[in-house]
Write a protein that binds this ligand. Structure first.
Ligand code: F6P
Length: 456
């Protein structure tokens, strides 16, 4: 069997799996079997980007990581990846900031990734490159003589042409993606957007396999493993403390990085509207929002935190009683294990991003539920997960009034309806598991070219 070489910006080399908060690193680690080399950034910022990686081994996976210089980190990660690509790919054109210097740093850091990776590659390796930080990596490797099979998967949405085209180097990035043997996207909409952009921007490259055979393959989770973790974590001292603190009130939970794509201000407004229009919920529910701070060197993230701090103060100031805090808002993360137990306790999982590649928290909330008495998932129609989790209460995240109505519907839903919806959701989660996603992508990557077809 070929060795699999995974490349991603973040690499879970040091943290124990259950202590991680989630995201791409967790999905991959859950799904991988066999010999794997996993290459990426160490998470450390030093005086110079390392030419040689540091190695660590866990099971059959070898992690190889490089440090980034402060300059490369600012241009590649904070700059082009998170000031240009992230807002643009989440349809937030008003937040896009573009700098030629940052873009140069993005490309040169991808070159440095390639230079450090090439000496580690062996004939027959299968390369799988992940996410928006590393779009140019495949071409950079090819330019350095690598002729291995290379697939790319985008974990965030891909916007339509009218949005993508705003980016000055749109053509160069489309050509980067077209250079892979296979390009994968979370949803059919993302795949179609990419194909539409590539056809328009690169008319000469229409037959390139990455364009002709681009696939939509939704990322998933290991639902059974998460359910087991939720069951055991529910017995933890921390879960008991949370339960005691609720004194019988129903729990509404949200867990998202503190990111403007997650729709947190609208969500807080929706909760406020629920308390305003349905006074019967005052002192009867508690909303816990876990929102670990993220990318704080980007000003929009600091601004969002100020907005949420203000909203929390306003909501709690208005509705709190001396023995009831309506909104519990924390800006540090909790381990995945702890969150799993908290999800199991919550009557409502509130997942309302304005735009999201997939959103695995939605799946984790469902997997954590007690099948005898499951909670209700409220899910944004603009999360990739909504394509399969259509048995959730689907909302428009821009409409606090609509979310407030869904909260009321969820809080009053019969046990029978909750069970029916939960069974249907769980079925989809098991079908599109993390392992199935890996298997399907690698099967496509290794299939003979003539059998490749655009998937739906
Ligand atoms: O989907 C995008 C993603 O790369 C996720 O895998 C991850 O959860 C998140 O962004 C992490 O962002 P960052 O690496 O900037 O903290």
């Amino acid at each position: 069997m070929a060795r699999l070489v995974i490349v991603s910006n973040r690499v879970p080399a040091s943290a124990k799996r259950e202590q991680q908060a989630g995201g791409l690193a967790v999905v991959l680690e859950e799904a991988l079997k066999g010999e794997v080399l996993w290459f990426g950034w160490s998470g450390k910022r030093t005086h110079a980007t390392s030419a040689k990686p540091t190695f660590a081994t866990r099971g059959t996976t070898t992690f190889a990581t490089i440090d980034l210089s402060e300059e490369d980190y600012q241009a590649y990660y904070a700059g082009f990846s998170n000031r240009s690509l992230w807002p643009l790919f989440h349809y937030r054109t008003g937040l896009v900031a573009y700098s030629r210097e940052d873009y140069k740093g993005y490309r040169s850091t991808n070159q440095k990734f390639a230079q450090a990776l090439v000496p580690l590659l062996r004939p027959g390796d299968l390369l799988w490159i992940h996410d928006y930080h590393l779009m140019p990596l495949g071409r950079a490797l090819r330019e350095q003589g690598v002729d291995l099979k290379m697939g790319f998967f985008l974990h965030i949405p891909f916007p339509p042409l009218s949005v993508f085209d705003i980016l000055p180097p749109a053509g160069e990035l489309a050509a980067d993606l077209a250079a892979y043997d296979l390009a994968g996207f979370q949803t059919a909409e993302d795949r179609d957007n990419f194909v539409g952009c590539a056809r328009k921007i690169l008319p000469e490259a229409q037959r390139a396999p990455a364009i002709a055979s681009a696939v939509a393959l939704p990322v998933g989770i290991d639902g059974k493993a998460f359910a087991r973790m939720a069951k055991t974590s529910r017995m933890n001292a921390e879960s008991r403390r949370l339960k005691d603190s609720l004194v019988g009130r129903k729990l509404i939970i949200g867990a998202d990085r503190l990111d403007y794509s997650k729709g947190l201000p609208q969500r807080f407004e929706a909760y406020s509207e629920l308390l305003e229009t349905h006074a019967e919920y005052r002192e009867k529910v508690s909303y816990l929002q876990v929102a670990p701070r993220s990318r704080e060197e980007v000003s929009e993230y600091r601004e969002l935190k100020r907005t949420l701090d203000r909203l929390t103060g306003r909501i709690n100031g208005k509705y709190a009683e001396f023995d009831w805090v309506p909104l519990r808002y924390m800006t540090h993360g909790l381990s995945r294990r702890l969150l799993a137990g908290f999800f199991r306790m919550a009557a409502i999982g509130l997942v309302t991003p304005l735009r999201d590649g997939m959103n695995l928290v939605a799946m984790e909330y469902v997997a954590a539920q007690d099948e005898e008495d499951p909670g209700v998932l409220i899910l944004s129609r603009f999360a990739g997960a909504a394509a399969s989790l259509d048995a959730a209460l689907i909302v428009n995240p821009y409409d606090p009034g609509g979310i407030a109505e869904a909260l009321h519907e969820g809080l009053t839903m019969s046990r029978q309806e909750r069970q029916e919806r939960w069974r249907s959701l769980m079925h989809r989660i098991d079908e599109d598991s993390a392992a199935a996603w890996c298997r399907r992508f690698l099967a496509r990557l290794t299939a003979p070219p003539k059998t490749l077809r655009a998937a739906s």
